[in-house]
Design a protein around this ligand. Structure first.
Ligand SMILES: N[C@@H](CCC(=O)N[C@@H](CS)C(=O)NCC(=O)O)C(=O)O
Length: 302
């Protein structure tokens, strides 16, 4: 059983970001496939209610959100760094561009393009996820604008690669490549016709091929039941609490995403820093776990 258990599904773009990072680091990991729509009973047993994908599990420590997963991978496995040319703060900041602006354009282009081929159960689920209508017909109307946006985003990549460099920050791949790659991968795999947006963009197809060729490291398959058994058998790691959170130490808090998929997770504050917050909780299926969230994009309430 590999130490890294990665809760994901094949078509998930945020999972592809992390899979590329696992490839850059050439790590062994267990893929725990989760459903594309709710219910996800084994996942929420681990997270306490957070339903988004991906989630990483190491023993009884559960890491939510691709940004924190990447940060934890770099901390635990510093070899083959995700920041081969430095600039780690900028690379994390760059995720806000890819995860919000570029991702939203990709979603509109893909689901607007698929139109009435999007299954009703998926529409219902994503409406509940976002708290507003997930409406492929409305997205269809927005496609010309979103394609223009996407083209402008991709042109930034083309500019960055124009001096002949192999990867976005130089001759070695890093987080910044995974960030920029996964939305284009999403378009190509979910709605192929829209790939014409970048297939003719100078330097971009060759760079995409270089990123694809990195692979995903050493993947094996792990069942959801086996992942729960790993959590039950392990003890979560002890964390430290940052000075600014001292008043909340040992207190019950609620953590929730501030954009979509805002399902609250309750627990006792067990660790924090400028970059993360961690809460301890007990679950009948998963045992005692600590669930870790990034600070950016999540609220903490006592
Ligand atoms: N900020 C989150 C976003 C994750 C996200 O939106 N994931 C999508 C799938 S790629 C999701 O959870 N969709 C709803 C679902 O799968 O249930 C991250 O970086 O992990």
């Amino acid at each position: 059983m590999p130490d890294i258990l990665f809760h994901q599904y094949a078509s998930s773009p945020f999972s592809e970001k992390v899979r590329v990072c696992l490839g850059i680091k050439n790590l062994a990991w267990g893929a725990v496939d989760q459903p594309v729509i709710m219910p996800k009973p084994e996942l929420v047993a681990l997270t306490g209610g957070y339903r988004r994908i991906p989630v990483m599990q190491i023993g009884a420590d559960i890491y939510c959100d691709s940004t924190l997963i990447v940060r934890e991978l770099e901390r635990r496995y510093p070899a083959h760094t995700l920041f081969p040319h430095g600039d780690c703060g900028l690379a994390y900041a760059n995720a806000l561009w890819s995860d919000r602006a570029v991702f939203q354009a990709a979603v509109a282009i893909i689901f607007g393009g698929l139109g009435d081929k999007v299954p009703p159960a998926f529409i219902k689920d994503r409406t509940a996820l976002s708290g507003r209508a997930f409406d492929p017909a409305a997205m269809q109307a927005a496609v010309p604008h979103m394609e223009a946006q996407m083209r402008a985003h991709i042109a930034l990549l083309s500019d960055q690669l124009a001096d002949g460099r192999g990867f976005l920050s130089g001759d070695r791949p890093g987080l910044i490549d995974a960030n920029a790659y996964y939305n284009l991968w999403f378009i190509r795999s979910a709605f192929r016709p829209a790939a014409s947006l970048f297939e003719s963009m100078p330097h971009v197809p060759e760079w995409m091929e270089r990123v694809r060729a990195i692979g995903h490291g050493e993947r094996s398959e792990v069942s959801r039941e086996a992942a729960l058994a790993v959590a039950r058998a392990a003890a979560p790691v002890a964390g430290t609490i940052a000075a600014q959170d001292a008043a909340l130490a040992g207190k019950r808090v609620t953590v929730a995403a501030d954009d979509y998929g805002r399902d609250p997770v309750h627990g006792v504050l067990a660790g924090s820093s400028d970059h993360h917050v961690a809460i301890r909780r007990e679950d009948p299926l998963a045992g005692q776990v600590v669930v870790h969230f990034p600070r950016i994009g999540f609220s903490v309430q006592s």
